[in-house]
Design a protein around this ligand. Structure first.
Ligand code: PRT
Ligand code: ZN
Length: 288
């Protein structure tokens, strides 16, 4: 491979995406030199350069080719409408963009927003939603502290990012209409090819292995031989479970992988089938 091929990745310098983005990179086995305080950093063991930016600038930098790939929230991606593609969903920084109105007011549906003033930092996403629902409302674009707009008489409703809902609550608002679901995504230029595409594929392979490991656990248990078939069906694993004889006659040790989502349900069924000494261990990486 040509030594000059390199991936430039744009990540948020400091904010809600930064820590999880860096953690993902780290779990992909990529480390960087001069800490991440600078605007640029070089990976030591992967042909990658980091550009540390405001999240709003990331789609533009990738579209313009200053960076090859980037990590950004789908909300920012949809709002910026730049020519980039989603290479992979990353599963962190989940949130939603919602319309909220003062707590004391009833909400009877989107048409209540007709003729109203809605403050937001996401005018394009909001405009699309209103158009799709045939609502004529006035959009007031403001860049921050959107949640105070109704209280100071600037707007009748707001459209902002919601996660736990506590910011709305403390500002006397209630969420009435989710309009967009978001999570962090890895974006890339649409035209990546050749060695750079190969590097991106290498990175994506590592990201998938990290995600699979996070979603699965390694399980070990002891079971009577008579229960092998039924337990096999409960923990089928990647191919099939490993089965090893125990020193005690009539018993085996079974090893497999289970999904985090089914975890408690499967454990209960295993116990009901007579499994004993169940151990559940985190997986470092999982190669699919
Ligand atoms: O400085 P820079 O421009 O880079 O950062 P930023 O201040 O614009 O963004 P930042 O770091 O706040 O968020 C980055 C991304 O994280 C967003 O674009 C979303 O994709 C995602 N994200 C996830 C969130 C939230 N959760 C979130 N709760 N972004 C913002 N919030 C804010 C929201 O604006 C509101 O003020 O948190 C408040 C609501 O939170 P709850 O929990 O009270 O509902
Ligand atoms: Zn921002």
């Amino acid at each position: 491979m040509n030594n000059s091929a390199k991936l430039r990745i744009a990540i948020q310098k400091s904010g809600r995406l930064s820590e999880d983005s860096l953690q993902m990179i780290k779990e992909c086995g990529i480390s960087f030199k001069n800490g991440i305080g600078a605007l640029k950093a070089e990976a030591t063991n992967f042909p990658m350069e980091f550009l540390l930016l405001r999240d709003d600038d990331i789609p533009g930098y990738v579209a313009d080719g200053v960076a090859d790939i980037g990590i950004v929230g789908e909300n920012v991606l949809a709002e910026k409408q730049r020519d980039v593609v989603v290479a992979h969903k990353l599963g962190f920084s989940k949130c939603r963009l919602s319309i909220a109105i003062p707590k004391s007011e009833p909400y009877e549906g989107v048409h209540q927003l007709d003729g109203k003033r809605i403050a937001t930092s996401y005018p394009k996403i909001l405009e699309t939603f209103l158009r799709n629902n045939n609502v004529q409302a006035e959009i007031h674009e403001i860049s921050g502290s959107v949640e105070i707009a109704p209280g100071i008489g600037l707007a009748d409703a707001i459209c902002d990012i919601v996660s736990s809902g506590s910011t709305l609550f403390t500002n006397g608002l209630k969420e009435v209409q989710p309009i967009f679901q978001s999570e962090a995504v890895l974006i890339s230029r649409p035209d990546m090819a050749g060695e750079q595409r190969a590097l991106l594929d290498k990175l994506l392979f590592r990201i998938r292995s990290v995600q699979a490991a996070r979603n699965n656990k390694y399980i070990l248990l002891n079971a009577p031989e008579s229960k092998i078939e039924v337990i096999k069906s409960l923990i089928p694993g990647m191919k099939s479970p490993s089965i090893l004889p125990l020193a005690e006659p009539g018993w085996v040790s079974m090893h497999s992988v289970i999904n985090e989502n089914d975890f408690w349900e499967v454990i209960e069924k295993l116990q009901a089938e007579g499994a004993q000494g169940i151990l559940v261990v985190p997986i470092e990486k999982m190669i699919l």
